[in-house]
Design a protein around this ligand. Sequence first.
Ligand code: DC
Length: 229
Amino acid sequence: MNKTMIVAIDGPAGAGKSTVAKTLARKLGFLHIDTGAMYRAVTLAALRRKTDLRDDGELEKIARESKIELKPGEPEGRVFLNGEDVSREIRTPEVTQASAHIANSVPVRKILVARQQQMGREDSAPYGGAVLEGRDIGTDVFPGAQYKFYLDASVEMRAKRRLKDLEKVGVVTTLEKVVEDVKARDERDIRRPVGGLRKTPESIVMDHSHLSVEESAEELYQFIRQHPC
Ligand code: DC
């Protein structure tokens, strides 16, 4: 059986991982798997059911029962929860905030990590490989990934991007407030005992604060071309 190639992209929120991962996957002809969207979909399901976000038993049930599908789309991939297109709804500030609780749930992580492994191994087979992006791809989901990238960008740059995104959806706030939010999210991502954001010794760390998405994806693409495995 041919082994599919796995490209892991980890890094903090707002470093541009999603668009870079999507562009890189297109260049390689691979499947793109946005694992953050899966945590967001479970979060939305939990919020809709008014679940206590600390109730691991209930969260586990919701994660198990949620059918999450990621489909290619422009300008962004589409996310379906039990057949419903929830691509917009999973990006609201409410879901973003609550997703940090869901990401802390060990049973939810177990279920989603297993699904991501299955998607990376099986669903990606027709494409020859997958680009997965998240926080724990190179550490927990695919520790044996052929390529592990850690995509970083300064807090200020990430906050500016986030502010733009928020303004687009009509949220009124200030850069100072967004900087504080970004720092708090980093703290939560790094301190999470299971699935926390970490570099691995073999991670290729790139700070693309000053590159466009297209340039950033091209750097990763060239790296892969120049380092065949
Ligand atoms: O990347 P994002 O902002 O869409 O991620 C949404 C939430 O899921 C965020 O709280 C981080 C968490 N997450 C995670 O714990 N592990 C992943 N592999 C991807 C995202």
